[in-house]
Design a protein. Structure first.
Length: 236
């Protein structure tokens, strides 16, 4: 699963990194983005521009519970999204780039789980493969929600977690953002683990466990206490 991401660049730097998509001026760096809140995405609508969607896809057939809450999906498995009722229509017709510069995974037993942050080795921001849905509430309000596709972890992430989000290579952006229907088999070549040699990972402070903690020290490397060595071959 992928349940936390970061995007630590300001709007100017982000616009430089993604020159093809207009970045909202109101964007501010985020260090610990959790499900249920806004994420910065580029949907496959024309013209393609970055905007804010709620992280947690609500399928079109979902019905609210007694409290008016909808069941939502933070992630979708890339291997099966094309067959699952909650995701198959969105994968074919409603795709988006979820902008990020890092993601978090956890390792260890319950109550002692250590967060790790994974980035590209060169520190560049990247785009995660996302799908989105539009829903209208009873009062006529529009809700735009999204989920992040995941795949099997590469050798860099695997010692910490068996799954990782799909990081799209830049050459895949055009087909991912193509308006209209795209067959799942045409998307499959891009739904693979990112090359491990192009990534790095390191432990971060357990305060990241709190989804409300969103300060810049959340992304800094942290040395666990002596004696709590983790199974990692290269934390550089």
């Amino acid at each position: 699963m992928c349940t936390r991401i970061s995007l630590t660049l300001d709007a100017v730097a982000l616009q430089t990194a993604f020159p093809d998509y207009a970045i909202p001026r109101e964007w501010r760096p985020r260090y610990n983005i959790a499900p249920g809140g806004p994420v910065l995405v580029v949907p496959n609508t024309a013209p393609p521009r970055a905007t804010f969607f709620v992280w947690g896809l609500i399928p079109p057939w979902a019905r609210p519970d007694a409290r008016g809450r909808f069941r939502s999906f933070v992630n979708a498995r890339a291997e099966t999204a094309g067959q699952k009722p909650a995701f198959r229509a969105a994968l074919r017709r409603r795709r988006c780039l979820v902008l990020a510069d890092g993601f978090y995974e956890w390792h260890g037993p319950k109550g002692q789980r250590q967060p790790w942050r994974f980035t590209l080795r060169d520190g560049r921001p990247f785009a995660l493969a996302g799908i989105w849905e539009r829903r209208w509430t009873a009062d006529g309000s529009e809700i735009l929600t999204c989920a992040i596709l995941t795949t099997q972890a590469n050798a860099r992430v695997r010692p910490i977690h068996p799954r990782m989000p799909v990081i799209l290579p830049p050459e895949a952006y055009a087909i991912w953002l193509q308006p209209g229907e795209v067959a799942p088999q045409d998307l499959a070549p891009y739904l693979r683990p990112y090359p491990p040699e192009a990534m790095r990972g390191y432990p971060v402070h357990p305060r990241v466990n709190n989804p409300r903690y969103d300060r810049d020290d959340a992304v800094r490397p942290w040395t666990p206490p002596q004696g709590s060595r983790l199974p990692w071959e290269d934390a550089s």
